[in-house]
Design a protein around this ligand. Sequence first.
Ligand SMILES: Nc1ncnc2c1ncn2[C@@H]1O[C@H](COP(=O)(O)OP(=O)(O)OP(=O)(O)O)[C@@H](O)[C@H]1O
Ligand SMILES: [Mg+2]
Length: 202
Amino acid sequence: MRPPGSAEYLLCDEDQASRFGAALGRSLRAGDTVLLEGPVGAGKSHVARAAIRAIAGAATEVPSPSFTLVQTYPGPACDVWHADLYRLTSPEEVLELGLVDAMEEAIVLVEWPDRLGPCLPPHAIRLRLQPEGDARRALVCGARDELLKALCEAVRSPQRARRKGRSSCRGSVGARQRGRIWRATPRPAAMSGWQGAAALPC
Ligand SMILES: Nc1ncnc2c1ncn2[C@@H]1O[C@H](COP(=O)(O)OP(=O)(O)OP(=O)(O)O)[C@@H](O)[C@H]1O
Ligand SMILES: [Mg+2]
């Protein structure tokens, strides 16, 4: 069984990954750090870009921070920081970049978070993206239930959403309970006992 606050999703194409990223962005608050893990080309920047646009505005230019290491964007409630630490030369640079302070007050999205070393925040949301053929499997850990639920709603295709009890993710609970949980507008009471979700195939 997955730990509480974790869920798994299958992102079959770029559009689904964009919806997933946008839902992530809408669900984040000041002080949230998302650690985007996964191999080169896994889709970390793609998800981060959608999240940033959901917060800072759909027309926001989101260049890759691979060379600048960090890009910041003003949001309605707080700034958004997007870091790509692949080219970080020493963990001390994390402090120089101001990333640790930003984690206290901004929304921070970090690609290649293994480079954070001792600055790795213990209470961050972890999002691991894994290529699976042309699709990507997304495993989220350490997230609030409402965030996990928002992600699940976002990856449901319009066709699947119309079909009762079917979605692009499912609970680890029984099918009968699942039908109640993954409704379009779930009541808070229906969420109690929810443990996580597993992806359905595309
Ligand atoms: N769910 C998906 N299905 C198919 N293609 C995807 C999906 N998500 C992203 N892609 C595509 O994969 C490619 C690589 O994505 P991206 O640059 O975001 O990867 P990355 O993990 O940030 O790589 P890097 O480690 O080099 O920074 C892009 O062309 C992107 O559009
Ligand atoms: Mg990237």
